[in-house]
Design a protein around this ligand. Structure first.
Ligand SMILES: Nc1ncnc2c1ncn2[C@@H]1O[C@H](COP(=O)(O)OP(=O)(O)O)[C@@H](O)[C@H]1O
Ligand SMILES: [Mg+2]
Length: 271
């Protein structure tokens, strides 16, 4: 069976929950497992771009593709890492809300722009790093994805945030914008097993969402928060720290749940 590129949006309307850290390290760990990965940075803050060692550059992002002035293939940049490419972000992306607002095709525009790389079918995974908002760009991005991965921090009100995401998924399915959209999974981030709050919230989320919650939980880890200032994913910056170990475990679980054709070529070394 031909298995095509999987397009996964990493989204949560809350900021600071570990979306970008998850995109950067999931991508890095998958690339080490010999999966071909494209990260698309959709947050004008460009944290995924710099976290992978690149500097934002005017005119190199999804923005000109949304306007129809560039081909998406020309926006793909190599990173210092094998199998790992990125379409960087730039500050102009923040203007896309206004550009898209008037367009009748606004909900389909990201899907249409991505179609050429889906058709080329050279990537196992395309990971979309979403901004913390519920704007038009984010909605159009969710309309383009096969699944949504929601990182969440174990804290009060975390479940309310998840409710918002679920509601959005249901609406995008119901209104025809993306009938096949699914909640790919929920990843608990910055988990601190020593606190009652973390363990209580994690238990409650599992209660509600069952096996939609990934078994792997990402611990709070200093090295993980330091790595971006060195422009490196923690899985390369300090491969032996607990954060790196957790993201490698998560990547294995993610790849198992989202098989691509590369799974067939798996050796013991990459499993
Ligand atoms: N597992 C972790 N341990 C410690 N700090 C983390 C961890 N994950 C993320 N952080 C830090 O928390 C902050 C928010 O994370 P980030 O991935 O940028 O969230 P988002 O993209 O959702 O806004 C960043 O400073 C990041 O370095
Ligand atoms: Mg972010």
């Amino acid at each position: 069976m031909q298995i095509n590129t999987r397009v996964i949006a990493i989204a949560n309307q809350k900021g600071g929950v570990g979306k970008t850290t998850t995109v950067v390290n999931l991508a890095a760990a998958l690339s080490k497992m010999k999966r071909t990965v494209l990260v698309i940075d959709l947050d004008p803050q460009a944290n995924a771009t710099t976290g992978l060692g690149l500097q934002p550059q005017e005119g190199v992002s999804l923005y000109p593709c949304l306007l129809g002035t560039q081909q998406i293939a020309d926006m793909i940049q190599p990173t210092p890492y094998e199998n790992l490419n990125v379409i960087p972000s730039e500050v102009n992306l923040s203007g896309s809300e206004i550009d898209l607002a008037q367009r009748p095709d606004r909900l389909q525009i990201v899907r249409n722009v991505l179609q050429a790389i889906r058709d080329a079918n050279v990537f196992d995974y395309i990971l979309l790093d979403c901004p913390p908002s519920l704007g038009i760009l984010m909605t159009s991005t969710l309309a383009a994805a096969d699944g949504i991965l929601v990182p969440m921090q174990a804290e009060y009100y975390a479940l309310e945030g998840l409710g918002v995401m679920q509601n959005l998924i249901e609406r995008l399915k119901a209104n025809g914008a993306n009938p096949a959209l699914e909640l790919n999974g929920i990843l608990m981030t910055m988990f601190d097993g020593r606190t009652r709050l973390s363990t209580d919230v994690a238990a409650e989320v599992r209660n509600h969402f069952g096996d939609k919650v990934f078994e792997t939980m990402i611990p709070r880890n200093i090295r993980t928060s330091e790595a971006p200032s060195f422009g490196q994913p923690v899985v390369f910056y300090d491969p032996s720290c607990r954060g790196a170990e957790a993201y490698r475990d998560f990547a294995k679980e993610f790849a198992r749940r989202n098989p691509t054709r590369s799974a067939e070529a798996d050796t013991e070394e990459t499993k």
